[in-house]
Structure formats: C-alpha cells, structure tokens
Design a protein around this ligand. Structure first.
Ligand SMILES: Cc1cc2nc3c(=O)[nH]c(=O)nc-3n(C[C@H](O)[C@H](O)[C@H](O)COP(=O)(O)OP(=O)(O)OC[C@H]3O[C@@H](n4cnc5c(N)ncnc54)[C@H](O)[C@@H]3O)c2cc1C
Length: 340
C-alpha cells in the first residue's frame, strides 16, 4: 500500500513513522523548500501523548530536547508586572520547541519514507480504487490513499472540501525567530506581544497567503478552528491541524501525534479505516480544541483586569490544569500489530 502525505510539520512525519512500522510505504510532500523548524514551545500532556512518544521510542529524545518551563509574566505597557501564568499551567509534562520536535520526527521517519520538499498537490482524482495525484512540480503519481497533514490552511482540504472554511475566532498571531524572553509579555486591550510573537484581536475574517510566501521564518495565522462533519472523502482524509486544528493554545501537537498513530494503525488494519479513525479521533479532537485569544488578550481593560485576577488564582486551583489533562487523555489507544 502506498500513501501520500501532504505536509512535513508534526502530523505528517509522525504518520510516515507509523506507516513504515506497519509495513506501509509513505511519501511526504512538503510545500516549503526544507523542513520548517520555526515556532515556539509546544507541549505534551497526559498518558495518551506520552504513551505514543514512548511507543515511537522518542520519549527520551523529546525529554532531552525539552525546554525549561517558565512562568508567563504579563506586564502593562508601563513595564509593571500585572499577572503571572504559572509554568505548571502552560507547559504540560514535556515542553519542547516545535522546530526541535519536527526535526526529531522527520529524522526518525526519513530512512523509511520518501520526502519531497518544494512541491505540493494541485489535483486529486479518486476513482475508488486509488488516487491519481498531480503536483505543481513533480510528475503525476498514483497512490492508494492521500492524507492532508498540511496544517490550518491545508491544500488537500481545499481540493477535497472546496467550500469548507475554518471558523475564525477573532484573533491573529505571528511567530518569528527573535532573541529575548518569549515569556515576558507586554499587554494592552486585545494585544499581547513578546520577543518572537504577537497575538492580536481583529474582527476581520482572513483570506491568507501560504505563510512561507509572507517570509520563510514567519508563521502567521488567524486563530481558527476546523470542525467538519467528516474529514474524509473516498480515499482522502485529513490529519492534525488540517482536520482538527485549533491553532495555538489548543493541544494541537499532542493531538497530531496521537491521531497519526491511530490513522496509521487503522490503515494497516484495512476495511473502512477512515471511518474507524474518525470515530476514535473526532470526539477526542473536539475535546482538545480551544480558543486562547479572549483568555490571553481580552479586548477591554475590564477583561484584562478579570484575566489578571483569574491568573492569580490558577496556582491555587489545580482543577483548571486537570481540565486540560482530562481532554488530553480522553482516548483509549488501540494496540496495532507492528511489522517492526
Ligand atoms: C513554522 C511553524 C511554527 C509553528 N509554531 C507553533 C507554536 O509556536 N506554537 C503552537 O502552538 N503551534 C505552532 N505551530 C502549529 C503546530 O505545529 C500545529 O498546531 C501542530 O503541531 C499540528 O501540526 P500539523 O503537522 O498538523 O501542522 P503544521 O505543524 O502547521 O505543519 C503543516 C505542514 O504542512 C506544510 N504545508 C502547508 N501547505 C502545504 C501544501 N499545500 N502542500 C504541502 N505542504 C504544505 C507546512 O509548510 C507545514 O510544514 C507552528 C506551525 C508551523 C508550520
């Protein structure tokens, strides 16, 4: 069986890894000319996330690359500290730079999968027995299945579900490489910024360019959620942010890694794999989606005052951290037969 994966972020390489362990051949096509190693810290929390990393043999490597969790300090424009979001609340159990994670997953899968950089899918023709795929640069090829793991602005999603638009949540954010402490935040109504990132409120719904066309190092997006009745059509399905995205502050990275394991296992098991994948991952993913915009950068001074009071309370109220943990662990991982 040959599977085409569009996108070499987190979900794509994780799926390529698992497909090879289940004896399925994977080709990963990534639009950027090389692995995009940008981004701030992402985290894993709870046994489902950790268990998949452990089964991949990567938990120790992820722990070795882990960042040191730090409180997020919120300052007014006068520089005075207004509030603090405890590290225990933001960092999960293992926090790692997204770029380091993407590199680890790529390196763990590269020997067994074909990676094609600087190309993307332009057309999909599903005839029920396979999918003929056209690319912007490479020659057309045929695959048994196609998986869109190409992020919030997924090209495979656009081709397969042309009328679908993610739900805009009223905020935008940008991330870029910068020196300085990315946890030392300056806030004003509807705006939060720190070295390397900014989050801001805007009522204007987006029509955005692919972000590598804005600048190769910058990740710019709206805060949006992907909630579709089904993420599959025929022999094509969506994984990670493409199918279940909630950009920033959700648990997108842990979700992507767990979902990649399930999708690969179900494909290997045969039959109506996508239906079983969606039945397992869909409800889990919806429980993990959130919109951190109003929580982090409320639009009014009163909202900021309330936020600061709530943050002061979080340390003393582990119930909030447990809510995240409950969502992150709300899946029973199936056991699949590995060929190696
Ligand atoms: C550069 C970058 C930085 C990020 N930084 C953060 C962060 O700091 N904090 C955070 O919470 N989340 C961040 N994210 C998002 C986070 O990685 C995801 O929410 C999560 O890990 C799920 O990963 P994913 O693989 O589904 O999507 P992504 O990690 O977004 O990966 C999608 C991949 O698909 C590629 N792609 C896009 N369009 C196409 C196409 N048409 N054809 C082929 N390939 C395509 C993209 O270049 C990218 O490599 C970042 C994503 C990127 C790409």
């Amino acid at each position: 069986m040959d599977v085409l994966i569009s996108g070499a972020g987190v979900a794509g390489p994780a799926l390529a890894f698992w497909l090879s362990r289940f004896g399925i051949s994977a080709t990963v096509v990534e639009r950027a000319p090389s692995l995009r190693t940008g981004g701030q810290a992402v985290d894993f929390r709870g046994e489902a996330h950790l268990s998949v990393l452990r089964r991949m043999g990567l938990l120790d490597a992820v722990r070795a690359a882990a960042t040191t969790p730090r409180d997020m300090v919120f300052r007014g424009v006068d520089g005075r500290e207004r509030a603090r979001l405890p590290a225990s609340f933001t960092a999960g159990e293992v926090e790692v730079l997204r770029g380091d994670l993407s590199r680890l997953l790529h390196d763990a899968s590269a020997a067994d999968a074909e990676y094609v950089f600087g190309d993307w899918v332009t057309a999909l023709h599903d005839d029920g027995a396979g999918v003929d795929v056209e690319f912007a640069r490479g020659r057309p090829r045929r695959f048994d299945f196609v998986v869109g793991a190409d992020g919030m602005r997924s090209g495979v999603r656009r081709l397969t579900f042309p009328d679908y638009r993610p739900r805009f949540q009223g905020y935008y954010f940008a991330l870029w490489p910068a020196d300085g402490d990315d946890r030392d935040l300056t806030c004003a109504p509807g705006v939060l910024s720190a070295p390397g990132w900014v989050l801001f409120k805007s009522p204007v719904p987006p029509e955005l360019l692919p972000d590598e066309l804005i600048a190769p190092d910058v990740y710019f997006d709206s805060i949006s959620q992907v909630r579709m009745p089904s993420v599959s059509s025929g022999r094509v399905t969506l994984l990670g942010d493409a199918g279940y995205g909630s950009t920033l502050g959700g648990m997108g990275t842990g979700l992507a890694v767990v979902s990649a394991y399930v999708l690969a296992g179900e494909l290997a098991a045969g039959g109506d794999a996508f239906a079983r994948y969606e039945a397992l991952v869909g409800p889990y993913a919806r429980g993990c989606q959130g919109n951190p915009g109003p929580f982090l950068a409320p639009g009014t001074r009163l909202g900021m005052w309330v936020r600061d009071r709530v943050f002061g309370f979080l340390d003393k109220a582990p119930v909030f951290a447990r809510m995240d943990l409950r969502a992150a662990t709300a899946i029973k991982l199936p056991e699949y037969a590995r060929v190696r």
